[in-house]
Design a protein around this ligand. Sequence first.
Ligand code: SF4
Length: 237
Amino acid sequence: MERYGLILEKNPREIVLLRGSGCKWKRCTFCDYHLDASSDEVENTALNHRVLQRVTGQFHHLEVINSGSFPELGEATMAEIIALCKEKEIPLLHFECHYFYRNQIPALRERFAKAGVTLKIKIGVETFDADFRERVLQKGIQETDPAKIAENFNECCLLFGLTGQTVESMKRDVETGLRYFERVCINIMVENTTDVKPDQAVIAAFLKEIYPLYQENDRVDILLNNTDFGVGGEEHE
Ligand code: SF4
């Protein structure tokens, strides 16, 4: 599995896919990437060290993902990230986080601010249609108000290409995301080991009607394949 990548378009940054103890939620019906986890913190630290050593700081901007949420990364890895940001002069850093860890975000921001690093925290919302999100996707976000969901977060991920979604619902999701968050990342459903399958008609509608609207929007990342950021993939290290 590739764990280091460069994002060259829109908001250029380096990106690393680290490994932690694993997503504590694990119930999202469409997700199997929470399988990238280990309870062996020594091994995780060693693996993450090898990945972090590849960061050059060339864009002074880094995104850290871990197939879960930042609190699932070990303390040694967190300390190494802070030291790396100082050494490579990286003042802007992204982490991902599930809604149920939202109360841990202020302390994390404070910890990194002491090192001169501003954090951008990304939440996987998938859709603002709360009924679809909780009944079909089992995302685990009971809050229905997008403004409240956004309170602790800077960026959101949306998931499109699912049976039941329409051009109108997808457009509404993107517009809601842009209203309440600084940036929106759209992921298109791809075949994986779960029972949730990509709906090719919905994906075709997205490509025809939605993609052209946001393709050039600097606040919108669009991943037609979940490895488009250059990390992830089939083979585990
Ligand atoms: S989508 Fe995120 S929160 Fe949901 S199971 Fe996967 S890793 Fe966990």
